[in-house]
Design a protein. Structure first.
Length: 94
């Protein structure tokens, strides 16, 4: 599995925001990211394609989705809050 720099930045920003809200919550967020990434890696095609060839795996506990495409292996292109415009994901695949 590959994680693009933009997706890595999304995860880091969300982690920092949650950590500012409550000590330890940022680590909880990272744990859920890791769990979701493991599920994607085991069976990436179980997640629906929402935009072109881009899939989304929703995280548990946090209102975020991990957006990825499958090109031999999963490539994570974004980790976005559900209220963010999904067009941002499409822009990252160009």
């Amino acid at each position: 599995m590959r994680i693009t720099p933009a997706a890595f930045n999304d995860i880091a920003q969300a982690r920092n925001w949650y950590e500012q809200q409550r000590f330890g919550l940022g680590n909880d967020f990272i744990q859920k990211v890791d769990e979701t990434l493991s599920l994607i890696e085991r069976n990436p095609l179980m997640y629906a394609k929402l935009i072109d060839e881009i899939h989304r795996a929703n995280m548990k506990r946090f209102p975020y989705g991990i957006w990825f495409k499958v090109e031999g292996e999963p490539i994570v292109i974004a980790c976005l809050h559900h209220r963010r415009n999904p067009v941002l994901v499409k822009d990252r695949t160009l």
